[in-house]
Every structure is written in structure tokens, then in C-alpha cells.
Design a protein around this ligand. Structure first.
Ligand SMILES: [Zn+2]
Length: 396
């Protein structure tokens, strides 16, 4: 197999190029071509492959097969000399994220002695796994400040090749994974990495580096981070939503978190209070229902009650005398049937479950004195209540 010349090694800003098709193949049923040279970056080192077009066909995947770069296409193309076009906004975004990663990795090392264990450049966010068990907000602020200072110094990002036997002369941040001629990416005097990826020319093009949330993994911390355009879009979105919340609370943006916390506490207290009032109301209503009850068996569909309210009411009724209650109540996307009886009635309510199930589809169960069934057929709750009522009349 022939070694493909990588045009992006020389110039990561090259978006249009001409090349010769040296081989046409198939990869899992899709057409694929090998070129004598390419500006397409294949998937490697945590950086995804470039997209774009080759001879008018869309490039759907780019693979590095031991030095031969294979371009998988969405359709067949003519051989010979063809033109390639790189999707530049997507490539530039990755150049910002990838160069930002070099700077951030070195800042983690310099400030906290945190080694980079792995890097992944995702379509939305990128992640960096750092050999640290923990890091405080203040620690992370120091790392972020250092990384952004290097961005604003607008240092040159240089790439050069060093033979393996002389690589010891380069103060690499991590030992190289490959052998032979090594490509070094140097953020002028700050970071030295063996890397085959695409990078911006100067750190100023990274724009800004923002460290996001972290999670613990394999005893390390895995951070999300955003650079350049991604960081701007994230800031824009968060700023808009914070301002919207600040408007709703009539407070300053910085006061939103405190307002949300306060609201949470109030909400909890109100829920507790509402629960107490519901209980008192249910006891009162139970008295009303009992006074006007036609007999020991009470059955109804309570259209304007939640299942919780219907259950409360039923439990209060059976406590205030000898009663059996079958209530239907509409829930979220399903109807509830609640059947309860007083202790003095001996019937085992679990036996009515198959009787109701014979009428309409239901799920659920319960104990001898209380069963609760749900049905997706909310409109047929009346049938469920009727079936339960008939059973209670015959058995309770
Ligand atoms: Zn790199």
C-alpha cells in the first residue's frame, strides 16, 4: 500500500486541493478512494475525521490504514485527477478545540501537576481526562487563567519533525506513542507534544478556553472544555437564559442562583402546607359523602380529581364507618381505579382484579383492603368503576 502525502501537515489552512486517484476500493459496501495526496484528516488521536467533498461526492469517513489514507464516499466517482474540498467551518472548529487542548493540558500540568491521560474531541464538547483525584473551583480558576493568558499572549504554534533518536532533546509533555520520525507541535516555549493533528497558527486564534463540568472516572477527573466559537455560543446561550430568569425574578443576573434556591425552599414549604390542607379537606368531604351515601357501597368517577385526591377521599370514607368505595380518577395519560373497604368488611379486594381486567386492560394490584389499577383507556373509566361496583355488591 502506498503512503499518502498529508497536505495538512504542511498547511492546516488548505481547503481546496487537487490529487490523483491511485486506487478505488469498497469499504462495507461503500465506494472508497486512495489519493496520492490529501488535505483530509483521518480519524486519529482523539480528533474526528474531516468532512467535505472529493470529485463532487461527499466524504463520509476518512481512515488511516498504516499510512494509507482511505476516503469513504457516498457515491462512486471517476478516477484520474480530482478536486477536494474540506468543510472549513467544521475543520477550523476542531483546530481551535485541539490547539486549546494542548494549552489546557500544559496549564493543568504547570499549575496542579495534573497529567493528561486522554483527550476526546466531540461534536458538541470535548473532554480531557486528568490524573487528579480532586480539584477545587479555585484550582480550576488558576488553570483556566493560565491557559487563557497563553491564548492572549498570541504565541506561535510551530510544527516540525524530529527523528526518534533525537526526541530526548525535546521537552515533550508526554512520551511519544509512535516511533520513527516524530511530528512535534510546539506552543512556542510553553508546550511540546508529539501530535499528528491539525492546529491553528497562533494561540490567539483559540479565542478563549473554558473548563466545564467534571466527573470522576478511573480515579481521575474527566473535564469537559470549550474553546473559541464553541465557548462563544455557550456563553451567548447561557447569558440569554440567565437574563431571561433575571427578568422573571426582577433581580440582577448574579442574583438568579440565590432566587432559585429561595424559591425551592418556599416551594417545599408550600407543598407540605398544601398536603395538610388536602388531608383536612378530604376528611371534611368524606363526612359529606358519607351523609348522602345510598348505602355501604359508594362508586363514582371523579372527573376533576387527581388519583392522589381520590385515594385520600376513599381512605377517609372507609375510616368513618362501614363502607366499600370504588373511585375512578383520570391521571397523566392513564385512568386510575381505586377500590378500598373498611376493616369490618371481610371481602378480599384482590379478587376483583381479574373481574375488572376482563372488561378493559388494567395493571396494578394491592392488598385485601385496598387495590389500585391503572388503564390506558381513560375514557372507559366508567366501565371499570361499574365492574368494581357490581363485584362489591355481590361480595362485600
Ligand atoms: Zn495536537
Amino acid at each position: 500500500m502506498s503512503e499518502t502525502t498529508r497536505l495538512y501537515y504542511e498547511d492546516a489552512y488548505l481547503t481546496e486541493f487537487e490529487a490523483e486517484v491511485v486506487e478505488a476500493r469498497q469499504l462495507e459496501g461503500k465506494p472508497a478512494v486512495v489519493l496520492d495526496r490529501t488535505a483530509f484528516y483521518p480519524e486519529s488521536g482523539g480528533q474526528p475525521w474531516d468532512t467535505g467533498t472529493l470529485g463532487g461526492a461527499a466524504v463520509v469517513e476518512v481512515l488511516d490504514l498504516d499510512g494509507t489514507i482511505l476516503h469513504v464516499l457516498d457515491r462512486e466517482i471517476e478516477g484520474g485527477r480530482i478536486r477536494g474540498h474540506i468543510d472549513w467551518p467544521a475543520r477550523y472548529d476542531r483546530m481551535q478545540q485541539h490547539t486549546g487542548q494542548h494549552v489546557l493540558s500544559q496549564a493543568f500540568w504547570e499549575v496542579l501537576k495534573g497529567e493528561t491521560r486522554s483527550f476526546h474531541l466531540g461534536p458538541e464538547v470535548s473532554t480531557l481526562e486528568i490524573g487528579l483525584a480532586s480539584a477545587s473551583d479555585a484550582d480550576l480558576d488558576r488553570v483556566e487563567d493560565r491557559a487563557n493568558a497563553v491564548v492572549w499572549e498570541d504565541r506561535e504554534v510551530k510544527t516540525y519533525f524530529v527523528p526518534e533518536e533525537r526526541i530526548g532533546e525535546v521537552p515533550l509533555r508526554r512520551p511519544p506513542k509512535k516511533s520513527g520520525l516524530l511530528r512535534v507541535v510546539e506552543v512556542d516555549g510553553f508546550d511540546y507534544s508529539a501530535c499528528g493533528g491539525t492546529h491553528v497558527r497562533r494561540t490567539g486564534e483559540i479565542g478563549i478556553i473554558r473548563i466545564g463540568p467534571a466527573e470522576k472516572i478511573r480515579g481521575n477527573l474527566r473535564f469537559e472544555f470549550l474553546c473559541g466559537g464553541r465557548a462563544l455560543r455557550d456563553y451567548r446561550e447561557k447569558d440569554r437564559s440567565t437574563r431571561k430568569m433575571a427578568g422573571a425574578f426582577s433581580c440582577a443576573a448574579a442574583g438568579v442562583a440565590a432566587q432559585v434556591e429561595k424559591l425551592g425552599i418556599e416551594h417545599k414549604a408550600l407543598k407540605k402546607r398544601a398536603r395538610k390542607l388536602e388531608e383536612r379537606l378530604a376528611a371534611f368531604e368524606a363526612g359529606e359523602v358519607v351523609r348522602s351515601a345510598p348505602g355501604r357501597i359508594i362508586a363514582a368517577v371523579l372527573e376533576d380529581r387527581t388519583p392522589d385526591e381520590a385515594r385520600f377521599l376513599a381512605l377517609n370514607i372507609i375510616k368513618s364507618g362501614e363502607f366499600a368505595v370504588a373511585y375512578g380518577a383520570p391521571g397523566e395519560g392513564q385512568g386510575h381505579l381505586i377500590v378500598a373497604r373498611s376493616e369490618s368488611i371481610r371481602a378480599d379486594l384482590r379478587q376483583l382484579v381479574p373481574v375488572v381486567a376482563a372488561v378493559l386492560p388494567v395493571k396494578g394490584g394491592g392488598g385485601p383492603s385496598l387495590v389500585e389499577l391503572v388503564t390506558p383507556e381513560t375514557a372507559r373509566l366508567r366501565d371499570a368503576v361499574d365492574a368494581a361496583e357490581a363485584w362489591l355488591k355481590a361480595n362485600a
